[in-house]
Design a protein. Structure first.
Length: 70
């Protein structure tokens, strides 16, 4: 994942990676990739200052892809 996309929370313009995934060594062998759905992530601080209500979370989903046997 490119460095500029490695964030799960936007706070006052700062891109922060607060959310993480932990996997076992065995599961790590099946790891194929990760995506962070942060393209339309609102800035939590700006929303709070302006009193804007946001449905859902200010944290972007972090999605991991694994190739597991059937």
């Amino acid at each position: 994942m490119p460095q500029d996309r490695r964030f799960s929370v936007l706070h006052h313009g700062l891109k922060l990676m607060l959310d993480h995934l932990m996997v076992s060594r065995q599961l790590k062998r099946a790891y194929r990739g990760v995506d962070i759905l942060n393209e339309a992530l609102p800035d939590e601080y700006i929303a709070w200052v302006k009193g804007v209500q946001i449905a859902g979370s200010f944290h972007a989903p972090v999605i991991a892809d694994f190739d597991l046997p059937e």
